[in-house]
Design a protein around this ligand. Structure first.
Ligand code: AMP
Ligand code: MG
Ligand code: MG
Length: 308
């Protein structure tokens, strides 16, 4: 029997939503166990048991349905054979979503798709117990551009740490398909910040280049937080106007999912010169060597400030 050559994006996104949520269960369980199994991939790049198990679960489960799908996961690990297929009907039961989804997305050539998975973003903060910024990120790209993204936040309202009552740990899912109106995203801007420029950037990889970008933009407020997913969400939910990280470090799996959601709500993500990011499997291009800038509006204004 020959394998299918096309897939329905609504089915793939449905599976990814479910798997991101299940990865959240895995991440919470590992955290509760108190045994994180921390290994250093390089001096500044930790990995835990939760990163590995989350990636194995997501990729192994996707492979039960789409055997030859191109998947790029952050971790270098064996992918176990999993029997249980993830459900693919979640969005097929959403009339609005079916109507608004571009028809071409319902029959996409599989060979033109690449899925980028960060099974646990903000690992460093996770190992320090600052779990509020931990996210599972899944991005679906088509011919180099993001078309759907899923972010799962396993620890919501933990005041940035996990010392709160474990029974209160709940997760939340944010997902979007570009072109389909996004549901459930709240405007979280505080009244005091209306009319101000809020810039968010790295908490743990701050350097001279980041400082130069801050000096060029001159924000009213500088916010620092962990995780590419967490900071992207701050822009998507209007808690920050611009997220800038003008230096090496972030990879395509850090931004593909957030980028799709950002596009779906009218935002923009480029390198700091304003060049598009191309999503490919070329190992040379997996790292965003020039850095990234993410905005919800006025993108060109910030590019000009950074480059003049
Ligand atoms: P940060 O804003 O510093 O929390 O970085 C956001 C995400 O980008 C991290 O969770 C990592 O996945 C990745 N990242 C950024 N800088 C580095 C780096 N120097 N080494 C490894 N990963 C990095
Ligand atoms: Mg990451
Ligand atoms: Mg990660």
């Amino acid at each position: 029997m020959s394998l299918p050559t096309t897939l329905n994006l609504l089915e793939l996104t449905s599976a990814c939503i479910k798997l991101a949520q299940e990865s959240g269960d895995i991440i919470r369980e590992v955290f509760k166990s108190g045994s994180l199994g921390i290994e250093m991939k390089s001096v500044d790049d930790p990995m835990t048991k939760a990163d590995l198990l989350s990636q194995q679960h997501i990729i192994g489960s996707l492979r039960t349905i789409w055997k030859d799908l191109n998947i790029v996961g952050e971790e270098q690990c064996e992918i176990p054979v999993i029997d249980k297929r993830p459900p693919i009907d979640l969005l097929l039961n959403d009339k609005d979503c079916i109507e608004k989804c571009p028809e071409e997305f319902k029959e996409l050539p599989i060979e033109d798709l690449i899925i980028f998975i960060d099974p646990l973003d903000a690992t460093r903060e996770f190992t320090l117990g600052r779990v509020g910024c931990v996210m599972t990120l899944i991005g679906i790209s088509f011919r180099g551009k993001p078309i759907a993204g899923i972010i799962y936040q396993p620890f919501v309202d933990c005041n940035g740490d996990a010392t709160t009552d474990q029974s209160q740990w709940v997760g939340r899912t944010i997902w979007a398909i570009v072109g389909v109106p996004v549901k459930g995203i709240k405007d979280k801007r505080s009244k005091d910040d209306i009319g101000k420029v809020l810039l968010v950037t790295t908490a743990s990889h701050f350097n001279d280049r980041v400082q130069q970008a801050v000096d060029a933009i001159k924000p009213d407020k500088l916010l620092r937080a962990g995780g590419a997913g967490y900071k992207s969400l701050m822009v998507i939910e209007n808690q920050a106007d611009v997220y800038v990280f003008p230096t090496v470090g972030s990879k395509l799996w850090d931004i593909c999912g957030p980028h799709a959601i950002l596009l779906a709500v009218g935002g923009k993500l480029t390198d700091p010169k304003g060049n598009d990011i191309i999503y490919s499997t070329n190992p040379e291009k997996i790292e965003n060597k020039n850095g990234i800038i993410i905005t919800i509006s006025n993108h060109q204004k910030y590019i000009d400030l950074l480059n003049n």
